[in-house]
Design a protein around this ligand. Structure first.
Ligand SMILES: Cc1cc2nc3c(=O)[nH]c(=O)nc-3n(C[C@H](O)[C@H](O)[C@H](O)COP(=O)(O)OP(=O)(O)OC[C@H]3O[C@@H](n4cnc5c(N)ncnc54)[C@H](O)[C@@H]3O)c2cc1C
Length: 505
């Protein structure tokens, strides 16, 4: 099947895959010249995994960033709290009018696995209403909450946390799968605030009531937070779960340091009325000096460059708003005005409060002796002369939040602005506690973080380009807090946070 683009299809993925003869062996390559000849195409890692299940398909993944294999700082979950510029695109937003024209860092993974290799590993599904809304909007019932269960089960593999602590009462086994691909576990490392959080939920009740499983389709309330971490306390990313496990396949190859500039029509005789077959992918391994390489997929190209990379590749290729592309000097091939529009991102504030406890994570972040001891614990080295230190245990084998909570804003706000959540089971707000001040820890003091997120934002923005150089960073405008609803909702999140913190527990 060729990927033919003609208006109005949307949801274009890109970077391709190909069907070739005589598979040789599978590998991750650094240089184009080392690729076995005849390997043509590429695609996202879940697709690469599923498509290469069929030995008749040959699949090539092109990744702009580096390989994730064996990278320690990616594997150790806790290091997700630190910015790692070598694995990041290091992008920033345009000045944000909703944030006093500040420019904000916009992290995205520049590595195999993309942002799943640098993210916070929270495993939280959308609500039942979210999926049912996808089904309604797309007219495709396969997206409904009921239908999607099969795919959630294929994705999730619930495993015991490192050290096998007792997780009874922290989840509902009936909504989890033991047989999928991505390892998911409950917290392995008890934080000193855990009991206080659960006690506050029970004391306050109402909207703070304990929810046995926020992944049941009904996320409202306070619950324990599953994370994509395996039983040895290692990050489970799309690269570690979907790619590294199948690298032995002879029909799957990966080329890293390969930045795609454009997809090109392969059949020059096609036109915007008959539709183009975009099977040629152009990319560079050296974006300053070139050269530009071209490969042609025998079958199909699938663009999966994420929320920033995909629209940028499409716009570079002449697929987008024709008037805009012409004004920039790019020949429009397919008029798709929605490309890069309607960007929706969740604004958040990492609120930090000084606390009188010294039992927080802050010293791991700023004291090398404490960090080294925690690393030894993660490596399973003996710290106390007693047997039993487990690989992946301790604070570094876990992410920074053990609980998560979801709320709806009051009726006053939805009556005034409308309801931007997908339905009554869907939250407007997410709030999670963390036992420290993360990302940029101050040199002194101990902290409690209460991060507040508007998860059903009304603000909309865009991803666009302002250059004919395909490697110039795109213009990222998430429009943070430009909608009045989002500002009002964030204020409500802060009020909820104060109520929660004022519980006597
Ligand atoms: C800091 C951070 C924390 C997050 N925390 C969580 C969390 O705790 N839980 C959660 O569920 N979600 C979290 N997310 C969101 C989640 O990680 C992303 O939604 C998800 O990874 C998006 O997947 P994707 O494949 O669409 O895009 P990406 O993960 O961005 O992958 C796109 C891939 O394409 C590559 N690429 C892009 N352009 C090109 C090009 N021109 N040529 C070649 N390759 C290209 C990129 O390098 C990347 O590997 C977080 C995201 C970030 C950034």
């Amino acid at each position: 099947m060729l990927l033919k683009l003609s208006p109005p299809p949307f949801g274009l993925y890109a970077l391709g895959l190909a069907f070739l003869q005589s598979p040789v062996f599978a590998a991750i390559y650094d240089r184009f010249n080392d690729l076995p000849s005849g390997r043509e195409g590429d695609c996202g890692l879940v697709l690469a995994n599923r498509l290469s299940e069929n030995p008749k398909h040959n699949v090539l993944v092109l990744e702009a960033g580096v390989s994730s294999v064996g990278i320690f700082n990616i594997t150790v979950p806790y290091f997700s709290t630190q910015i790692m510029p070598q694995f990041d695109w290091n992008l920033t937003t345009t000045p944000q009018s909703g944030l006093d024209n500040n420019v904000i860092f916009f992290p995205r993974g520049f590595i195999l696995g993309g942002s799943s290799s640098i993210n916070g590993m929270f495993y939280t599904r959308g609500s039942a209403d979210d999926f049912d809304r996808f089904a309604e909007v797309t007219g495709e019932n396969g997206w409904s909450w009921r239908s999607i269960q099969r795919y959630l089960a294929l994705n999730e593999k619930l495993v015991p946390p490192a050290g096998n602590p007792n997780t009874t009462g922290e989840f509902n086994p009936s909504v989890h799968s033991l047989n999928g691909t991505t390892s998911v576990s409950l917290p392995s490392f008890a934080q000193s605030i855990d009991t206080k959080v659960i006690d506050a939920s029970s004391e306050l009740g109402g909207v703070f009531s304990f929810n046995l499983d926020v992944n049941s389709g009904f996320p409202l309330g306070v619950g324990w937070l599953p994370r994509t971490i395996d039983s040895q306390g290692r990050r489970s990313s799309s690269a570690s779960s979907y790619l590294e496990t199948v690298l032995r396949r002879k029909n799957l190859d990966v080329l890293v340091n390969a930045r795609v500039s454009r997809v090109l029509p392969t059949d020059k005789s096609s036109s915007s009325t008959t539709g183009y077959a975009f099977r040629t992918v152009q990319f560079a391994q050296d974006i300053v000096n070139g050269p530009l390489h071209e490969i042609i997929a025998t079958k199909e190209v699938i663009i999966s460059g994420g929320v920033v990379g995909s629209p940028q590749i499409l716009l570079n290729s002449g697929i987008g708003n024709s008037t805009f592309l012409s004004s920039l000097g790019i020949k429009p091939l397919v008029d798709l005005p929605s490309v890069g529009q309607n960007l929706s991102d969740q604004s958040f504030i990492a609120n930090a409060f000084l606390v009188n406890s010294t039992n927080t994570y802050d010293d791991i972040n700023r004291n090398n002796t404490v960090k080294t001891a925690a690393l030894k614990q993660w490596q399973g080295q003996d710290l106390d002369g007693l047997p039993g230190d487990v690989q992946g245990s301790g604070p570094l084998g876990d992410t920074f939040a053990n609980q998560i909570s979801y709320y709806r804003v009051g009726k006053e706000l939805t009556n005034r602005f409308g309801d931007f959540a997908s339905g009554p089971t869907s939250p407007h707000l997410e709030i999670y506690p963390g036992n420290g001040f993360f990302i940029v820890t101050p040199p002194t003091g101990n902290y409690l973080s209460m991060t507040t997120v508007v998860v059903s934002p009304a603000s909309r923005g865009s991803i666009t380009i302002n250059s004919t150089n395909p490697f110039t960073p795109p213009l990222i405008d998430p429009g943070y807090l430009t909608a009045e609803f989002d500002v009002a909702a964030m204020k409500e999140a802060l009020k909820i946070t104060y109520t929660f913190l004022n519980a006597s527990g």
